[in-house]
Design a protein around this ligand. Sequence first.
Ligand SMILES: [Zn+2]
Length: 333
Amino acid sequence: MSEQPTDDGTARDRRADGATSAGAAPSAAEDPRGAPTEGATAPPATADDAPQPAAHGWRPGRFMVITAHPDDAEFGPAATAAAWIDQGSVGWLVCCTSGDQGGEDADQDPLELAATREREQHAAAAIVGYEGVTFLHQPDGALENTLALRELLVREIRTFRPDAVLATDPEVIFYTDRGVNHTDHRAAGMAAVDAVYPAARNPMAFPWLTRAGLAKHVVKRLYLFWSNQPTARVDVTATIDRKIAALRAHESQLRDPQRIETWIRGWAADEGKAIGAEAAEALRVIVIEDDESEGPAAPEVESAEGAADAASGTVEIFDEAAASPAGSAAGDE
Ligand SMILES: [Zn+2]
């Protein structure tokens, strides 16, 4: 496994000159499934002349985070999820795999490891405040964007009925020139995008689900994390501590939790600078359906004052009443 580039401070130095990330991509050393590329921990960087993401104020009433592995949601948009939940949103987490390859001992029982990681993910999700977690029990290291996986995701989406889905950016193969994105992350991200559009909203896609009572559902927005092209920053000053605490719940994956905390706080601080916040997470936002309730100027605000307004919950949110709970989620663990 590659040594962490932050040992000599180079990763933090790269971050200091305007690099952006959507949460911290898991490192090769901390996420052993990751490619052991030298320097693979470095988050994506953007050119100095790239447009700076503005503080993001829109908040989904209901959101679903779809990941490949246990711990992806915590290395990713956990502080955003916690901030939204604190402001009244309801969140649900879907893990496509249970991380059964997340170790370095070929003699280790993968099912035992999966059980450990599911317990860790449940503990982390409780800290963030998700309403629940679904494990789809797909094979770690062999995840593929198949019709079968999309059906499982459509079932989750039509059951929970989120306004927004958060997933890994499937377009990222390399974190600029600093590392390789895990194949499972790409597959989970692409399957999530394909499940959101068009399948979840088309009653003729997986019609047996529709006939069984899982009506079509329109997801308004995608939030892609670990993106090389983020377009929004969420002020997470109030929730960065919860992200750290949730990350620490993944004990089997963290060899040096203190070092992870230092990186996470440093990256969040760098992201926060552009919007005048102490901490922020960067995301690539895809608007699939306009939300008329938010008005012309609500979703992005350019000033730190606007970010403060957003953090205090004064922005419009998507119509929560239209997204009523759909009862117990299929596959709920
Ligand atoms: Zn992962």
